[in-house]
Design a protein around this ligand. Structure first.
Ligand SMILES: [Zn+2]
Length: 486
């Protein structure tokens, strides 16, 4: 079936390249004729940026560090709430408008992930209050494991909360939601002429965590196993004098260097701080790529989080200092929520073995499923809201997926749509892990037990990778085509 996908997309890609070639020839031809008619005008055109390179951009940011020391997100092992902070957590917004008046909004946050309820609540307000279309909004999270608990995200791993703790979590969610609405409004109201460019760099600290259990000897091991994606994706927004006002960058690796009880954005937080020191006035915005099976290894020291943060900052800086691809001022977007099939729950025997041998959080999950089975409750056979989104910003394609997406999807999509893709995971709805066909078959955490962490009764079923990849190809083909027609 993979061959079918490849042939299908190769044809589309060929068509896309042919159209592009025709378009470039047409432009060259027009330019040649114009220069014959009016040499002075031709010289001016060479000096001045093309009108279609001018965008409008607006940037804003607000602190979202919780106002109380509430429970922290990401690990079952924490046994007390936050008790300090390394640095603030942020919500940041970038509004972009193209030469035709199309407007999009990218929100990045130092948050573990937004479940569907909170995401719908935030995005509905953005749609209503700023007259946006849903497909033109991306709500992304850095997946920091040093931020606050978000209600439905990883809900099964925490000890049961008392009423007061639950109230604190809900109050903090309202606070984050209000801050996001505010920064979005400020970004939109500050739209001003800008130029946008994109590029890629490299940073190598992501390690495949399924294949490389780390211990003291690993440092001296000459080989690392399993696939990793070390591409650093960069989008630069500059004012008319070419001063960078925002940089959006992505890397495919869990923000799990730290497990202490202090607020921080983990390594992406340190990268953002570093870049903002290097470029005064800059807002730097991190997004998590397809790194669900990747960890920064070794880890657990603040000094290591700083090291990885600086490594990533230097990689982004290098891209920003080199010539980047200038993007034509044209936006096309697509968004769809897909139905993905889920298996039925495990057998009573399997649940009982989890109840005997599992960790505390696994036992809590097994108990819940066992009770539901005993009461004869029906389990849904699908998750109907899996979000797939695509943006075409001039010549740059951005693919945005929900959930914790493993690295295999990066390779599958580049294989069919070309290397020049920005790939964002952990956006719009983080409902659980998204394994590839390979990892679903292999099982273990990313293929099986992570479903329990998110409270699901079963696992995804075979066919998930092909279904998602097909939808991305469909969307990307459509948005690329529409941009070329303008
Ligand atoms: Zn994760």
């Amino acid at each position: 079936m993979k061959n079918t996908v490849r042939i299908y997309s190769n044809n589309l890609l060929h068509l896309y390249l042919m159209k592009r070639l025709f378009f470039i020839r047409l432009l060259l031809c027009q330019f040649f004729l114009l220069s014959l008619v009016h040499p002075v005008l031709a010289q001016e055109l060479q000096k001045t940026p093309e009108v279609n390179e001018w965008w409008k951009a607006g940037v804003a940011r607000a602190v979202i560090t919780p106002q109380e020391y509430i429970w922290m997100a990401g690990y079952a092992a924490r046994d007390k709430p936050a008790e300090g902070k390394l640095h603030d957590l942020w919500a940041k917004a970038l509004a972009l408008e193209d030469a035709h008046g199309n407007r999009v909004l990218l929100i990045t946050t130092d948050v573990i992930g937004f479940g569907r309820d909170l995401s719908v609540s935030i995005c509905d307000r953005l749609v209503r209050e700023y007259h946006m279309e849903r497909r033109n909004i991306i709500l992304s999270s850095s997946h920091t494991h040093s931020g606050p608990v978000i209600n439905s995200n990883l809900e099964k791993i925490y000890p049961p909360f008392n009423d007061n703790q639950r109230k604190q979590i809900e109050n903090n969610q309202s606070f984050i939601e209000d801050q996001i609405i505010t920064v979005a409004g400020r970004a939109i109201s500050s739209l001003a002429p800008a130029r946008i460019s994109s590029g890629v760099g490299i940073a190598r600290f992501a390690v495949n965590r399924r294949e490389n259990p780390w211990d003291d000897e690993s440092l001296y091991s000459p080989e690392l196993n399993g696939p990793s994606d070390h591409v650093v994706q960069v989008l630069k927004v500059a004012d008319p004098s070419d001063k960078p006002i925002a940089v959006v960058f992505g890397y495919s690796c869990h923000a799990t260097t730290l497990d202490i009880n202090k607020w921080s954005g983990d390594y992406p937080g340190f990268t953002q701080i570093e870049l903002e020191k290097t470029y005064p006035g800059l807002t730097s915005m991190f997004f998590a790529g397809f790194g669900a099976d990747q960890n920064p290894l070794p880890r657990r020291e603040v000094s290591l989080a700083k090291q990885y943060g600086r490594e990533l900052a230097i990689a982004v800086e290098r891209v920003m200092e080199e010539p980047m691809k200038t993007l034509s001022s044209a936006i096309q977007t697509n968004y769809k929520e897909m139905e993905l099939a889920l298996s039925q729950p495990p057998t009573i025997e399997k649940l009982e073995s989890v109840l005997e041998e599992g960790a505390d959080w696994q036992k809590r999950w097994a108990e819940t499923i066992k009770e539901k089975l005993a009461s004869g409750e029906a389990f849904p056979d699908s998750y109907p809201y899996y979000p797939v989104q695509s943006w075409q910003l001039g010549e740059q394609t951005l693919v945005v997926l929900g959930g914790e997406v493993v690295v295999d999807y990066a390779f599958a999509l580049r294989d069919t749509l070309g290397n020049d893709l920005m790939l964002m995971g952990y956006a719009n709805d983080v409902m659980t892990y998204i394994p590839s066909e390979r990892i679903l078959k292999e099982g273990a955490y990313e293929g099986e037990t992570s479903m329990w962490v998110y409270g699901h009764h079963g696992t995804w079923v075979p066919g998930i990778e092909e279904k998602i990849v097909h939808e991305v190809i469909r969307q990307v083909t459509q948005v690329r085509d529409k941009v070329l027609k303008h």
